[in-house]
Design a protein. Sequence first.
Length: 117
Amino acid sequence: MSDRFISLAHRTDCYHCKQVADQIITAMPYRAEVVCDNCGATRVFVPRIEDVSGPGTFEKPGCYPTWSLVSDAACRNCHGTHPHDLSIGCRNFTVRCRNCNFTHFYKFDLEFMAKDV
């Protein structure tokens, strides 16, 4: 299985450059990140816990609206390809398999901006 188990784009306004642009979302077992395709602003999240429990969310209200997305991905727990629910806020990033409820919870760790060219 590839380390990059989820990769998708979500078109919305960037918190940094304020332009409507694709936000490239990547989730791996050891890291998750959101990168603005326009300005390169990047938010990096690191793993906090993995859990198999009933559906729910770890999200608390944050400084930006929470994105609720769905992406097909290979699950590390049940080993099938199933829809995964993504919940991305300014402090947390959660990925949950709809088949077995295996959940990756990441916490915000680092933010950086690309240098102007």
